[in-house]
Design a binder for this molecule. Structure first.
Ligand code: SF4
Length: 404
């Protein structure tokens, strides 16, 4: 772990979800969400299992109709039969009060309920429907996440605050007032749940928006005004590099300030791409910030005109994929392997230096260099690899180091 690290974590209560602790002194937890139809029991079970294997410590599923609510206990049962003990969180909007009442087995099987106060109803209806979900949480002794969202903000509250602040004509002021509406919606809803009898140690809050600066501002406010643990995520972050960069930019600033107890990276997957990418990005964000370690990370140079081929890029990829694939096994047989640092470098300019800083590093031959690749272990030159099998031999060196 990095010692030049973040500010002290914001003090928060601890909420236990299944066997996972969120907040307090617990490490920042990685979570994800399925995109299957939850009523598709086989498909959803498989995706939850994939996300869990990738490292998701909690998985949220959509519960939007009677079929999906009926499927939840069967999914949880199937996962248990596969030896997978991951908390499943039900994501409710609009009709959560009805579904939890109609499907007691779903209410019991879920490890947490996510409630969006912006769409549980309006006026008195909102109070009674929100209250009905909280009553179920109390009855089944479940934690809840009160998750407000820019895109489904309680319109009555937003309009009331706008009127109070005469903010409609001023875009900057309007934006500030909308942020206030988000924060107040989350905190007021939590306080209402507490008044109804839900323990404070059963509540997590989130207030998601899709803009980086707005998200930072909203969470700074939220963090100052309550001690509930906070779930961080940039909602609707987008596809590919944009989604990754925007999420990392926002969440890194907040976590650097000690804000955030659990994170989700909400990426729009490329068609056909694996859902697990969001878990890997979340883990890499936490690990590169020095907050947690999940799998050995590979330091690699970008390459330049001094590299003679793409071999070193391929080797960096092979090494990263190898250690990621081995990590589930190493977690059991060689705990601590996740802290290993590896370097794959393209030439002698920075190769030996960077390789010496890593636990294991290799400096491949660049243009004009001798066709040999020195390997450094614990800062010392340990051997030189040559020939066709450098990749296999280097991977064997890593496996041997971990085994020792
Ligand atoms: Fe280029 Fe060598 Fe630097 Fe890699 S280490 S970027 S190959 S000069």
């Amino acid at each position: 772990m990095s010692e030049a690290a973040t500010r002290a974590r914001r003090a928060s209560r601890q909420v236990v979800i299944g066997k996972i602790k969120v907040g307090g002194d617990a490490p920042v937890v990685v979570q994800s969400m399925t995109n299957t139809d939850t009523a598709d029991i086989a498909g959803t079970t498989k995706q939850v299992a994939d996300l869990w294997r990738a490292g998701s410590e909690m998985v949220r599923v959509t519960v939007n109709n009677p079929e999906s609510a009926a499927a939840v206990p069967r999914i949880v049962e199937k996962l248990a039969m596969m030896g997978i003990d991951v908390p499943i969180i039900g994501d409710f909007h609009y009709n959560g009060h009805q579904l939890l009442a109609a499907e007691p087995a779903c209410a019991a099987a879920l490890a947490k309920y996510r409630i969006n106060p912006g769409n549980v109803g309006f006026g008195k209806k909102r109070d009674s429907q929100f209250g009905a979900i909280i009553e179920k949480a109390i009855e089944y002794d479940k934690p809840v996440r009160i998750g407000v969202n820019w895109g489904s903000l309680d319109q009555a509250l937003a309009a009331e605050l706008m009127d109070e602040n005469h903010a409609r004509a001023e875009p900057w002021e309007a934006s500030r007032v909308l942020r206030e509406a988000l924060v107040r919606s989350a905190i007021d809803s939590a306080e209402r749940a507490v008044e109804m009898g839900l323990a404070r140690e059963r509540i997590i809050l989130s207030a998601k928006v899709s803009g980086v600066q707005e998200l930072i501002a909203v969470y700074r406010d939220l963090a100052l005004r309550c001690d509930f643990p906070l779930h961080l995520g940039l909602t609707e972050a987008g596809m590919g590099s944009k989604g990754i960069v925007a999420s990392a930019a926002a969440l890194a600033v907040l976590m650097q300030e000690g804000i955030g107890d659990t994170i989700r990276i909400s990426l729009t997957p490329e068609p056909g791409a694996s859902r697990t990418q969001e878990v890997i990005v979340a883990q890499e964000l936490l690990q590169t910030m020095g907050l947690r370690a999940f799998t050995p990370l590979v330091t690699a140079c970008p390459g330049c005109g001094r590299t003679t081929s793409e071999f070193f890029q391929e080797l960096a990829k092979t090494v990263q994929e190898h250690v990621r694939a081995k990590m589930p096994e190493w977690k059991i047989t060689n705990p601590g392997a996740e802290n290993l640092s590896l370097a794959v470098m393209g030439c002698v300019v920075n190769g030996p230096g960077e390789s010496r800083h890593a636990d294991i590093g290799i400096s491949l031959p660049g243009t004009g260099e001798a066709p040999s690749a020195p390997v450094f272990i614990d800062g010392e030159k340990a051997m030189t690899l040559r020939g066709e099998n450098i990749a296999q031999e280097f991977v064997a060196v890593i496996d041997d180091y971990v085994a020792r």
